[in-house]
Design a protein around this ligand. Structure first.
Ligand code: ZN
Ligand code: ZN
Length: 355
């Protein structure tokens, strides 16, 4: 359990207690989502402070061993009380998340030393990077909704349909399935497909266009992420060649990625193949990122990340080639890193679809 892991490793941060306020980290450790609240964790106990709006829901939520829930109107006053009650002398806070104004206020108003040296953030990041089997199941469930929405959108592709209409079809599908959007759906067609993160427009899909969908459902707090590029009608030989190069790079990473490699090693596999094909300059983003409670987590597969990949990390593999003003191709799967390879959450076929 994440909370027990935090308790047992808290000593590494040099602080006696952790004060966690970010909704995503509180959800990670408590399993409960609320827009506001405060979680205090020491080596042997934890208390989640919630206000009236969430207290009843929290009482109904599944209990976590070692976690107590208290109702509070003024979180800071309640935290002060907990610090006194537990005899806390040093308290670590989320340095990378807390605004400076908030951190200085905590420093001023709490009866102990407030530490914001980034050590707590690093520990939480390390814990969150390796997903539990329960988290993996949630990510898999989110990915299933994403794939069903993709098939739904494919059935609506015809000459004249706009990027916006296809996007709306996907977004509505997610909502009907009880999912949220893990991120703003990307649907870019024809010349717009050269924009890796283009915004869906009123552009009408034409025969011979590539259409790139980058989409992900968020279900029960967990994100999924998938990109597919398909064509309306027959494509030209150049388009086919570029699709082939991206697919070769993407499948090479999937075949060779495993625990013990760094994010940089993973990225290099894709980059070498795309460069060899002569399109190195047209692949201007990293090969992948971690996915979990947030759509972009660490570590990443890129030219700089030297984090060693460990079993249980969930990363995307998404190389692309973009020819400015003409067209682009990106293919993205989401995988779990394992000892000897990867487990692929993505089942949608990658053969070039010419609809
Ligand atoms: Zn994506
Ligand atoms: Zn992605």
């Amino acid at each position: 359990m994440p909370l027990q892991k935090l308790m047992s490793r808290l000593g590494e941060t040099g602080a006696e207690c952790a004060l966690i306020e970010s909704p995503v980290n509180r959800r990670y450790f408590t399993g409960f989502h609320s827009s506001a609240g405060m979680l205090l964790v020491s080596a042997d106990r934890a208390v989640h402070l919630l206000d009236f709006r969430y207290f009843e829901m929290a009482k109904q939520a599944a209990a976590r061993p070692g976690l107590q829930t208290r109702q509070a109107r003024d979180f800071l006053a309640a935290a002060r009380e907990v610090c006194r009650e537990w005899g806390i002398s040093s308290l670590g806070i989320e340095a990378q998340w807390q605004p400076v104004a908030r951190a200085t206020r905590l420093e001023k108003e709490l009866p102990c030393q407030v530490v914001w040296d980034g050590k707590l953030d690093r520990l939480i990041g390390e814990l969150r990077a390796v997903k539990t089997p329960e988290e993996r199941n949630k990510i898999a469930a989110a990915q299933q909704v994403t794939e069903a929405a993709f098939v739904h959108a494919l059935n609506r592709i015809r000459p004249g349909v706009t990027e916006r209409t296809l996007t709306a079809e996907i977004d509505c599908f997610f909502r009907r399935e009880g999912a949220e959007l893990a991120f703003e759906t990307i649907c870019v067609a024809g010349p717009n497909s050269s924009l890796p993160h283009g915004e869906p427009s009123a552009y009408q899909v034409q025969p011979g266009d590539f259409i790139t969908f980058d989409m992900g459902a968020k279900l029960d707090g967990y994100c999924s992420d998938m990109t597919r590029t398909v064509a309306l009608g027959k494509v030209k030989p150049e388009q086919r060649r570029i699709y082939g190069a991206v697919l070769e790079a993407q499948t090479a990473v999937l075949a060779r990625l495993k625990a013990g490699m760094t994010g940089k090693d993973g990225d290099a596999i894709a980059r070498e193949i795309i460069s060899r094909e002569g399109f190195g300059e047209c692949f201007g983003h990293g090969t992948g990122h971690s996915v979990g409670l947030e759509i972009h987590e660490s570590p990443c597969l890129n030219t700089a990340d030297e984090t060693i990949l460990r079993p249980g990390m969930v990363v995307t593999v998404e190389p692309g080639i973009y020819l400015e003003g003409r067209f682009g191709v990106r293919i993205e799967d989401m995988v779990a890193v394992e000892e000897d390879g990867v487990y692929n959450f993505t089942a949608v076929d990658k053969t070039l679809l010419e609809l």
